[in-house]
Design a protein around this ligand. Structure first.
Ligand code: ADP
Ligand code: MG
Length: 753
């Protein structure tokens, strides 16, 4: 059935899960739902799909689906399994958002959990599949959690229809109680758990005495020291994000240059021409600087790529040490899969392997040849602002379970060592497990997603760990109704005793395509009717990125941006139109659009951006988001073939009017009305308190326009406004304002009728 190459077969036999094949398969054959638990590297992801394939699970009416929380795992695991089975990507394929290689011949399909959820939206019984494997369930991504709940329902429905579906939940940690709990399996016995014992050598854990805040520098120093002093064996370093990975790679490569191989040259080749030109220019610039530097013994550097040489002089670092070459490779989610594949290959002779990785190396990918782990103990986590739904990334401590997973990476080859760059006291304060994502995010988003999958009663849904039920109730009934009203929800009266239950409409379904919070998704969806999609995309992208203007953060940020008053922007770049009509009434939203258009017109040059008081990085994020949202819009809106024009010509008066309306549509629960002048005879203090104040629907006390807003000095003709967020300092201030008209309400803000 499968014709594997001998060397592959040999490698497989060493994996702990191969010894358990019979147990695993018998348990699966006899039970609709099975949990498989085994250490990272035991062979779950690569082998279990093959067991199922060989047992004939892809030879009937269905195929084998494997979900991964990360795109990188979906792609690289599909490639690995295809290689092991000696078949093409037509048979073992992957599907991630907007990208995939599945064919009608596909038998094993790796997909991200989000993509499978989308499939369930179209095909509620997932009838294409005979088995679904939920991999990396311990990561507890929101989609994984929803999928598990959903699949327990689907498994029962498929059984009733005589077309059983098998569900496998695979996890790297032993904390599986959440997957076997009563809520999930009300109607059946909890599923059996198969444990795979991995061959794990002892790992000695070394804590730092002190915990220093600059963990990247600490990681650099520690890695240098380990490399200089320890016997052979690869080093795996955990940091939090792509940028840290790159900066650490650069520093280490500079310090322990590896010359023979093609690492740096090869990368240079792949650079786009524009990038190379930029680099050359930079080099020229640096050359001119170098001529003013004190004399340097150039003979020492003859082996070094010239680029590194100049950089080193500038940075004033200690001398590179080419007697100890280090083969440094980056590893993070967004890295191309070819580059990721390099971590699986042995390093060049005479070199020590050193991998600088994010969380992705914790459990999703197993890297061979690692003996030492350097753990910063940090991770980047997404947090959601409950008010705006805007997500931000923050660096936090990992959980104890994660730290132990990281340490475990050192014990695959033989006894290993893990160097934690924090003290044992700090470690003991870590939470035991990371909380499931579902408990950390605002639920309106989630409810929307689930409604669009026709899951009506979210409060009764069998979550492995339910979000606070109070929150679900409040959100379903209030927020969704306020924002979406009859547009989003048809109140459908069920025949049973239960209250009417909201059901998603076509609008809601379109909204579900956009990877932003529901209120922004609604703006985008409405934008089609008002023919302002590209502007709405730019606006939503800007609204979804934090702290665009330097003003809002510190006076001078790490990148050396200088402060410039926000209020100068419109006057500089849109003087002609900004003071009048709709353009003025679009208010702070117009500011954002103008900033995006102006910066893009100048190619987001750092000089220009800082002159404007705009963060360059924010602008780049906005650009990426615009591309992503444009792709989504092309799928959501039939017959749409939008392209991103970064420069965005100034919108016409009619388009600006349309934008004001869609902003109201999305922020319909964030409305405020200006307070009338108090009647004569009112106390002086009260008159003062109410001056320039507004009343909004949720709060008793008056609210005010934030001094940064374009309406701060001028509220002429303004009666109703919507705001993006509310901040409380000495008073309650509304930020991100747009002026709206009351006669738009019946249509766009139903709750006001
Ligand atoms: P688990 O899912 O239990 O963590 P995997 O099935 O991912 O384990 O990995 C099993 C083994 O296969 C590991 O030892 C890993 O090194 C190896 N492996 C996985 N992917 C590749 C690859 N692309 N190239 C070479 N070896 C790989
Ligand atoms: Mg795995």
């Amino acid at each position: 059935l499968v014709n594997r190459k001998p060397e592959i077969q040999e490698g497989r036999l060493k994996l702990p899960i191969l010894a358990e094949e019979q147990v695993v398969m018998e348990t699966i054959n006899e039970n609709p739902v099975v949990i498989i638990c085994g250490e990272t590297g035991s062979g779950k992801t690569t082998q279990v799909p093959q067991f199922l394939y060989e047992a004939g699970y892809a030879h009937g009416k269905g195929i084998i689906g494997v979900t991964e929380p990360r795109r990188v795992a979906a792609i690289s695991m599909s490639k690995r399994v295809a290689t092991e089975m000696n078949v093409s990507s037509d048979v073992v394929s992957y599907q991630i958002r907007f990208e995939g290689n599945a064919t009608p011949d596909t038998k094993i399909k790796f997909l991200t959990d989000g993509v499978l959820l989308k499939e369930a939206q179209q095909d509620p019984l997932l009838s294409k599949y005979s088995v679904i494997i939920i991999d990396e369930a311990h990561e507890r991504s929101v989609y994984t959690d929803i999928l598990i709940g959903l699949l327990t329902i689907i498994v029962r429905q498929r059984e009733k229809r005589g077309r059983p579906l098998k569900l496998l939940i695979m996890s790297a940690t032993l904390r599986v109680e959440d997957f076997t709990n009563q809520a999930l399996f009300k109607h059946s016995t909890p599923p059996p758990v198969v444990k795979v014992e991995a061959r794990q050598f002892p790992v000695t854990v070394h804590f730092n005495k002190k915990t220093l805040s600059d963990y990247v520098t600490e990681a650099y120093k520690k890695t240098c020291k380990l490399h200089r002093t320890l016997p052979e064996g690869g080093i795996l370093v955990f940091v939090t994000g792509q940028q840290e990975v790159h900066s650490l790679c650069r520093k280490l490569r500079r310090m322990f240059p590896y010359i023979e191989g093609q690492v740096t040259i090869e990368e240079g080749k792949k650079e786009s021409r524009r990038k190379r030109k930029k680099k050359e220019e930079k080099l020229k610039e640096e050359k001119s600087q170098v001529s003013e530097l004190p004399k340097i013994d150039l003979s020492r550097y003859k082996h070094l790529p010239v680029f590194y040489f100049f950089q080193r002089i500038r940075m004033g670092e200690s001398k590179p040490d080419s007697s100890h070459p280090l083969y440094v490779l980056p590893l993070y989610s967004l890295l191309s899969s070819e580059k990721q594949a390099r971590v699986f290959e042995p390093p060049p002779a005479g070199c020590r392997l050193c991998i600088i990785a994010t969380n992705v190396a914790e459990t999703s990918l197993t890297i061979p040849n690692i003996r030492y782990v350097v753990d910063t103990g940090k991770t980047k986590t997404k947090f959601y602002d409950k008010v705006t739904g805007v997500s931000t990334f923050r660096v936090t401590w990992v959980s104890q379970a994660s730290a132990d997973q990281r340490a475990g990476r050192a014990g695959r080859l033989g006894p290993g060592h893990c160097y934690r760059l924090y003290s044992s006291a700090v470690f003991s304060d870590f939470s035991k497990f990371s909380p499931p994502e579902i408990t950390r995010r605002p639920v309106d988003d989630l409810v929307l997603q689930m409604k669009s999958m026709r899951i009506d009663k979210v409060a009764n849904f069998p979550f492995p760990t339910p979000p606070e039920s109070e929150q679900i109730k409040v959100n379903t009934d209030q927020i969704l109704h306020h924002i979406f009203g009859t547009h989003f929800i048809d109140m459908e009266f069920k025949s049973d005793r239960h209250r009417s239950s909201p059901v998603i409409t076509a609008l809601g379904e379109t909204m579900a395509w956009f990877p932003v919070s529901p209120r922004y998704a609604k703006m985008l969806t409405l934008a089609q009717a008002y023919k302002v999609v590209p502007y709405a995309i730019a606006l939503v992208a800007a609204l979804s990125v934090d702290e665009i203007f330097v003003d809002n953060i510190q006076p001078v940020d790490a990148e050396g941006d200088v402060t410039l008053s926000l209020s100068q922007i419109p006057y500089k770049f849109n003087t002609r139109t900004f003071h009048q009509g709709n353009s003025r009434l679009l208010g702070d939203m117009m500011l954002l659009l103008t900033a995006v258009g102006a910066c893009e017109a100048e190619g987001c040059s750092p000089d220009f951006c800082s002159q404007l008081g705009v963060r360059v990085k924010a602008m780049r994020e906005i650009r990426k988001l615009r591309i992503q949202l444009t792709n989504a819009a092309n799928i959501a809106f039939k017959d749409s073939s939008l392209v991103v024009d970064p420069k965005l010509p100034p919108p016409t008066e009619a388009q600006i009017l349309g934008l004001r309306k869609i902003v109201l549509g999305g922020l319909a629960d964030h409305v405020a009305r200006i307070n009338p002048a108090p009647p004569p005879g009112t106390e002086k203090a009260e008159v003062k308190r109410l001056r320039g104040s507004f009343q909004c629907m949720q709060l008793e006390e008056p609210v005010y326009i934030h001094p940064e807003s374009s309406f701060y000095r001028d509220t002429q003709g303004v009666e109703f406004v919507v705001y993006q967020s509310m901040v409380e300092t000495s008073r309650l201030y509304m930020r991100g304002l747009c002026c709206v008209e009351s006669h738009w309400f019946p249509e766009l803000a139903p709750s006001y009728c």
